[in-house]
Design a protein around this ligand. Structure first.
Ligand code: X8Z
Ligand code: ZN
Length: 618
């Protein structure tokens, strides 16, 4: 037994001894409990869980690390269950007067998966770990060598298939690779996923919910949350429709007879991304004004001698320029961060993530970074998580979360919207020439729309599908069909090859395999434009009355006033309802697609007239 195992068992025994019988604490007692024992014990378990998870995810073939993770999860669950029985089983927020205490009781009562009996919790953990392993270690033979030795010649997702989808324009190579990846990942998870759904639902029912989807949505603290996001989609759908039409016409011109779009649907494999969730990589082929000079940022990064570390430092500089906190520990490999794929062939979860070890000092990024424009933006995304961790680190541990999960996903993206302007790229030497004319503007907006607008229906549908699964609205023999119904309805996409119920295409996406809810990214893609607009106004880079300079040209680099806005909202953590944080950052309480539409307005007008003319000529 390792030292840390021994310590954790001692802490557990101490905790169990201490928690002997149920008691309803008075207002003062509960307050003191939250401030002291609760905070210390939760911090302890939070750190232990993060450490164990990190060890597992950064070395997937280390069975000791996997075993340890299961043990720590079981021990933490045991502690949580005892705590719940002792202090929270018989109380509700209404039993207390102080609004802060009410909120803490509401949050502390959430037991999550810990509610399950040990054997079921261990089974569920093992299932999720196995799905993550299948996803993260999946390999396929290359198109031109279908009978390869997979261990030496196989393509992995990161970087092989990601770069293949970004750069190949070979219709058949892409459709072969698209299918092969799904065969090797999702297709191998069907029955695991079935058990995962049942066990997750079982836990949620024990926690008093109808099913797991209901439990997921509690974190958004809005009774009409689904209506809110459906309304947001209706607001942005016309913009997506025009973008889809435009991209379809450009791709038709490129692929000719290979591409049949007579049904109004695009095949999902030619959009520059394995999941067709964002289309930036086909930018060169759909540029509205192809003759206008632009610069490829990937080339610029390489030409200017950027390495991975320099990309992180550049992002860190941006945050610091706003008067926000230095992020350097998060990408310091001497302090444990992993920012490049290990060269020793070790298998790990490469999907980028940011980690808070709950000790107020240890924050890390884990990412298999490559020197390219996409990863440069992802770095800013991950640094946004770290900045959030840092800004709420002095809150009690129970409040160290995003105002809602969508906020966490929106921060780095807000920063990246400013970084990704030609004006800023020019400032930091990644763009030689900054031409401020109409054609360049539309080209730039298109490139951002391929990432942000194209993402919206995907961000919405993935969890619509999972909610239906958890609710039992669809049964297992309809899972894949239903998924493609949603892909068709929202994204106007179709599979490039025939699908059946032997396939399980949702499982070929990290967040499905890894039990990570996804609607937060949809929320983030709306909210980041609200945050962006507000930071631009604070920086004096945008005037909503005169609109003298359009919103998409704003760069709030070095604006301490913009930094202050973010700080005010983010340092709250989840201590208040998210509408309070929203108000602190934007001045208004609700989610609103208005700023996104305002940002893309010039592009929307361009697309509408282009599509009208195009339609009348075919
Ligand atoms: O998963 C992520 C981040 C980590 S939180 C890299 N994203 C979503 C995805 O990759 O599917 C960022 C955008 C959407
Ligand atoms: Zn994220």
């Amino acid at each position: 037994m390792t030292n840390s195992n021994l310590i954790s068992i001692l802490v557990l025994l101490f905790s169990l001894h201490y928690l002997t019988e149920s008691s309803k604490l008075s207002e003062a007692e509960l307050k003191s409990f939250f401030d002291n024992d609760y905070d210390q014990n939760e911090t302890y378990w939070c750190t232990k869980l993060q450490e164990a998870n990190w060890e597992f995810e950064s070395d997937l073939e280390n069975s000791e690390a996997e075993e340890n993770l299961v043990n720590v999860i079981l021990q933490a669950a045991e502690y949580n269950k005892q705590l719940w029985k002792m202090y929270f089983k018989d109380v509700t927020p209404d039993d207390y007067q102080d609004p802060d205490l009410k909120r803490k009781v509401m949050l502390a009562r959430m037991l999550g998966k810990s509610v399950l009996e040990n054997d079921k919790l261990a089974e569920l953990t093992n299932i999720t770990n196995t799905m993550v392993e299948i996803y993260s270690t999946g390999k396929i033979c290359p198109y031109r060598k279908k009978n390869c030795d997979i261990s030496t010649e196989g393509y992995n997702l990161d970087p092989d298939l990601n770069s293949l989808f970004a750069s190949s324009r070979d219709y058949n190579e892409l459709s072969y690779s698209w299918k092969a990846w799904r065969d090797q990942t999702g297709g191998k998870m069907r029955s695991l996923f079935e058990r995962y759904v049942n066990l997750s639902n079982e836990a949620s029912v024990l926690n008093g919910y109808q099913d797991n989807s209901e439990e997921w949505l509690v974190l958004f603290e809005s009774l009409d949350f689904i209506k809110q996001i459906d309304d947001l989609w209706l607001q942005v759908e016309p913009l997506y429709t025009e973008l889809h039409k435009f991209v379809s016409s450009k791709l038709k011109a490129r692929y000719g007879d290979d591409l049949d779009i007579s049904d109004g649907l695009l095949p999902a494999h030619i959009l520059g991304n394995m999941w067709a969730q964002e289309w930036t990589n086909i930018n060169e082929h759909v540029k509205p004004f192809p003759a206008t000079k632009g610069q490829n940022i990937t080339d610029a990064l390489r030409k200017k001698g950027y390495n991975v570390k320099k990309m992180f430092e550049t992002s860190d500089d941006f945050y610091k320029s706003l008067g926000l906190l230095p992020n350097d520990m998060s990408y310091n490999t001497a302090q444990g961060a992993i920012i490049e794929k290990p060269k020793d062939g070790r298998e790990m979860v490469c999907h980028a993530s940011a980690w808070d070890f709950c000790d107020r000092k240890n924050f890390r990024i884990k990412m298999c970074t490559n020197v390219n424009a996409e990863d440069f933006i992802t770095i800013h995304h991950e640094m946004g998580h770290i900045q959030y961790f840092l800004l709420y680190k002095d809150q009690p541990v129970i409040y160290r979360e995003g105002a809602n999960p969508g906020f966490h996903e929106a921060i780095g993206d807000t920063i990246a919207l400013s970084v990704d302007t030609p004006k800023h790229l020019h400032k930091i030497g990644l763009l030689d020439e900054y031409v401020d004319d109409y054609q360049t503007s539309i080209n730039t907006l298109m490139s951002i729309a391929l990432s942000k607008v194209a993402f919206l229906p995907y961000g919405l549908l993935l969890d619509k599908w999972r909610w239906d699964v958890f609710k039992g609205k669809i049964t297992m023999n309809n899972w894949n069909t239903h998924y493609w119904e949603y892909r068709k309805q929202y994204q106007k996409l179709k599979p490039p090859v025939e699908r059946s119920e032997n396939d399980f295409d949702p499982g070929a996406k990290f967040h499905v395999a890894g039990d990570v809810q996804y609607i937060s990214y949809f929320v983030a893609h709306i909210a980041q434009f609200q945050f962006f607009k507000s930071l631009c106004i604070a920086a004096g880079e945008y005037d909503p009355q005169t609109k003298y300079q359009p919103l998409h040209k704003c760069d709030f680099y070095q604006s301490k006033a913009a930094g202050e806005k973010l700080r005010a909202g983010l340092s709250l953590g989840t201590s208040k309802h998210w509408s309070v944080a929203m108000k602190a950052i934007t001045g208004q309480e609700k989610m609103d697609a208005g700023p996104l539409l305002e940002y893309f307005e010039p592009l929307y007008q361009f697309l509408k007239s282009f599509n009208q003319v195009y339609n009348s000529t075919i």
